[in-house]
Design a protein around this ligand. Structure first.
Ligand code: GLN
Length: 561
């Protein structure tokens, strides 16, 4: 309790503002249900100063959660760093104006194509947004996998699978193709989504299509933690209805071939489908819904189990192979995350057990996926270990970053192992030591001279990371000798790193890069020659330039190793 108080206190007191600021820094807003009691008491206190006893009384009931927040023990501990990286990728993608709005209905054709938003929400309820994240837009096909979840929930898997398949179609979303047994391929193509709407509609004969849609909207509201109202767009619905010729064709085909579930009325079925497309939400709301899926169906903001975990697993599997229309295969290869896009320009993406996010930008590629949204996903996965198969790379992801807390701890443990091994004469620890030393010296001499600050950093880094003591004066001798040989040693280092790279795991490669950063930041700035050398080292170690830039950015903001 004392530690927690000290984290927010100054001169023996703290304030509502200081406490909320500390929470915001960790990504937690005052609307988080786990600290509802604390926040209620804080509101009642207003601007009054809070002493130690008052603080204890304030957070006593929610000590565990507050402690995790204050001590940075949430799933993404360095939340500010992570948000910075997200913002960087958001900015990188923003200038892309390729693609075009969907134009089959006026409301989508006339939507502002410049809009661009990204929202993220971790499974611990940490939230961050950039850009146009509170604009209501129709969710369109993003509705499809969740209507499927709803069908599984209400009508069961056996009944549902009698009418809709779970195979990738490889065909455009509005195609009329069916499986050989006459079922639609999957719930994410129109045929499958229309059938799924039929399954749901058939289970509530007493309800109108609109009432069935309201039930589905209630599920969306639970998924998105009630942070804003789930709306319905009458305008979208009217347009959808008047342009639904192809969807009518699909409906009649379904009725003619397989037959409809419980002989549900075809018009009611189609009405439910089009209504689900016309549900309106914001990017921010979709990110919370994605986080709920990432969290196995439990909303991180409310703690409510909105969907059973078993159903979420099935829904994510369907999203993985069919969520990105007929580009789902390439998307799985490149991004490797379950996602669902809609023609209004939204994409909902799930990083299982970590976070959900949503992007919004109306311009679409030829498959009907948001251009900026897909670009954002690709860049994110180039930098972070979010691809589903990054986990099998045995510590060799190409030094992608992993923002998880567990990863943080593992790194610390590996470092102490390294220290211990070096102290006991281990050969590979010795190799790491030598590579570290050479790398740092080569960065130190990049600008043509040897500064004391840099030598101190080399000495400190070797000492703290690996427990090896070399006096700065001795480092000076080594550095000047190397400097006298021109660029040959650096080229030699790159060749050596390239050769050793396959034997070094991500931790060691990351360590080499970070140590190099430290030296290049000795005078508070990374000079162009230093950056060029860092880029060379990253290249030799097989590290993506985007990861290098996130690291450089971190160091520029004063983050520590
Ligand atoms: N309303 C659109 C349709 O049924 C939705 C399609 C989509 O988002 N791909 O054609």
């Amino acid at each position: 309790m004392t530690q927690l108080f000290d984290a927010v206190a100054q001169g023996g007191v703290t304030s509502r503002q200081a406490i909320l600021a500390r929470m915001a820094e960790a990504g937690i807003g005052p609307d988080d249900h786990r600290i509802a009691g604390t926040c209620r008491k804080l509101d009642a206190l207003g601007d009054a100063a809070i002493d130690r006893a008052g603080f204890a009384e304030l957070i006593g009931d929610e000590l565990l959660t507050v402690s995790r927040i204050f001590r940075r023990q949430l799933i993404i501990p360095d939340w500010q760093d992570f948000c910075h990286a997200i913002r960087g990728i958001y900015d990188e993608v923003a200038p892309d104006r390729s693609g075009a709005n969907a134009d089959y209905i006026p409301i989508l054709r006339d939507a502002d194509p410049e809009k661009w938003g990204v929202s993220i929400c971790s499974i611990d309820g940490q939230r961050f947004s950039c850009g146009d994240v509170d604009i209501y837009h129709s969710i369109q096909s993003v509705s499809k996998p969740l209507t499927y979840s709803f069908a599984l929930l209400r009508e069961g898997e056996e009944f549902t699978s009698r009418f809709v398949g779970t195979e990738p179609s490889g065909r455009p979303f509005n195609a009329l193709d069916l499986l050989p047994d006459m079922r639609p391929f999957n719930p994410c193509v129109n045929a499958g989504a229309i059938m799924t709407a039929g399954i749901v509609a058939s289970g509530s004969p007493e309800k109108s299509a609109r009432e069935v849609t309201y039930d589905i909207m209630a599920m969306w509201s639970g998924l998105s933690g009630g942070i804003a109202e789930v709306r319905f767009s009458e305008e979208t619905m009217l347009s959808e209805r008047s342009t639904a010729h192809n969807n009518y064709a699909i409906s009649y085909l379904l009725q003619g071939r397989k037959g409809l579930p419980r002989d549900v009325d075809l018009h009611k079925m189609l009405e439910v489908y089009l209504s689900c497309c016309s549900i309106e939400m914001t990017c921010e709301m979709l990110s919370v819904a994605a986080a709920t899926l990432a969290n196995g169906g439990v909303c991180p903001l409310t703690g409510e189990q909105v969907l059973p975990t078993e159903l979420v697993k099935k829904t994510l599997a369907v999203m993985q192979f069919a969520g990105m229309y007929d580009n789902a295969g390439v998307f799985t290869l490149q991004v490797g995350l379950p996602a669902k896009s809609g023609v209004a320009g939204a994409i909902l993406v799930v990083v299982p057990n970590l976070m959900g996010f949503a992007t919004f930008s109306p311009r679409l590629d030829s498959y009907g996926n948001s251009v900026r949204g897909v670009a954002f996903c690709r860049k994110l996965v180039e930098r972070f270990t979010f691809h589903v198969y990054d986990s099998l790379s045995g510590g060799r992801t190409g030094c992608k970053l992993d923002p998880r807390e567990s990863q943080h701890n593992r790194k610390q443990r590996d470092l102490s192992d390294l220290k211990w091994a070096l102290a006991h004469g281990d050969r590979s620890a010795r190799k790491v030591h030598d590579l570290l030393l050479e790398t740092m010296i080569d960065i130190c001499i990049a600008d043509g001279d040897v500064e004391d600050d840099e030598l101190d950093i080399i000495a400190n880094t070797l000492d703290t990371i690996i427990g090896s003591r070399i006096a700065p004066a001795q480092l000076r001798v080594l550095s000047e000798a190397r400097l006298a040989q021109g660029s040959a040693p650096f080229d030699g280092l790159l060749a050596l790193l390239g050769r050793e790279c396959p034997t070094l795991d991500d931790n060691v490669r990351g360590l080499l890069l970070e140590a190099a950063f430290r030296v290049s930041c000795a005078d508070g700035e990374i000079e162009p020659e230093e950056y060029a050398r860092l880029a060379g080292i990253a290249g030799a170690l097989g590290v993506h330039k985007g990861i290098l830039d996130i690291q450089v950015d971190r160091f520029r903001r004063g983050a520590t190793l």
